[in-house]
Design a protein around this ligand. Structure first.
Ligand code: HEC
Ligand code: HEC
Length: 226
């Protein structure tokens, strides 16, 4: 009798566990489906693979982490990013983020995007000096990492897969106070402060050129060797 009820309890436990993992799996599949469905609108500007479109000034999203995507989408939704009257591209994106009507949808679309495969960043700048950029990158390294990989604790995004034109545009926006205009945006305030150490547009381009070398396997280090 006791063995039988013991068996019964075990059987019930096993089936309960199986049921739980099954519904977990289904919930995940549903979130993926929801994220994919929501991404249909985004793909008009960011491309079906999330690789961005220069014509729309829409950045590559593939390669960004889910927590950073959530942070930025919430900033757009809460009018912390893309509100400055001169920030034309930010103002294009802000209403798009507002089509995501719940935190759950924000998380679902971010999870979907985080699963897309990144591409190598587009290099459009000529006349850059990655060696100079390497020295300048020393002021970025503590926050964005030696592999330009970002840091979740510091809330710094990976920059590895960002096209040069997008990154330059953002650096100029930080410097001009168009991004980070909201006094409660503590992360952007850090970026704005650090850019005092970057003298001009050429320096920004050199930093970006250095990052791209690091992202593509550290050729700058090789070049620097005697
Ligand atoms: C009409 C074109 C357009 C559509 C549609 C659009 N975006 Fe954007 N998105 C942009 C532009 C332009 C930017 C660059 C904003 C800037 O310059 O600060 C951007 C920026 C972003 C960023 C910031 C990336 C970063 O590196 O900080 C995220 C995240 C983003 N979009 C996600 C989405 C999602 C998710 C959707 C769909 C719900 C979407 N976008 C739909 C044009 C668009
Ligand atoms: C004190 C830490 C810190 C330092 C140093 C720092 N950053 Fe950042 N950076 C951040 C944070 C935090 C963000 C995210 C801002 C936000 O939430 O909007 C960011 C965002 C960025 C972005 C926007 C990326 C995107 O996807 O839109 C770029 C580009 C960038 N940093 C480049 C640099 C460069 C280049 C340097 C060196 C000159 C640098 N950062 C130094 C903390 C830092």
């Amino acid at each position: 009798m006791s063995t039988r009820s013991g068996l019964l309890v075990r059987y019930l436990l096993v089936s309960l566990l199986a049921l739980a993992s099954l519904s977990g799996g289904t919930a995940q599949a549903q979130d993926f489906k929801r994220g994919k469905k929501l991404y249909a609108l985004c793909s008009v500007c960011h491309g079906p693979g999330g690789h961005g479109k220069l014509a729309q000034k829409a950045p590559a999203l593939a390669g960004l982490t889910d927590w950073y995507l959530v942070d930025q989408l919430q900033k757009f939704r809460n009018d912390k990013r893309g509100k400055h009257h001169l920030d034309v591209t930010g103002m294009m994106m802000r209403p798009m983020a507002k089509t995501l009507t719940s935190d759950k949808d924000v998380e679902a679309v971010a999870a979907y995007i985080a699963g897309l495969s990144p591409k190598a960043p587009t290099v459009t700048f000529k006349d850059t000096d990655p060696e100079k950029g390497k020295t300048l990158y020393n002021v970025c390294i503590a926050c964005h990492g030696d592999k330009v990989q970002g840091n979740e604790e510091l809330k710094t995004p990976p920059l590895r897969h960002l096209d040069d034109w997008y990154q330059l545009a953002q650096l100029k926006k930080f410097k001009a106070g168009m991004r980070g205009a909201d006094p409660t945006d503590a992360q952007s305030a850090q970026m704005r402060a650090i850019l005092a150490a970057v003298p001009d547009e050429q320096a920004m381009k050199d930093i970006i050129a250095y990052q791209h070398l690091v992202a593509n396997g550290g050729a700058a280090e090789e070049k620097g060797k005697p």
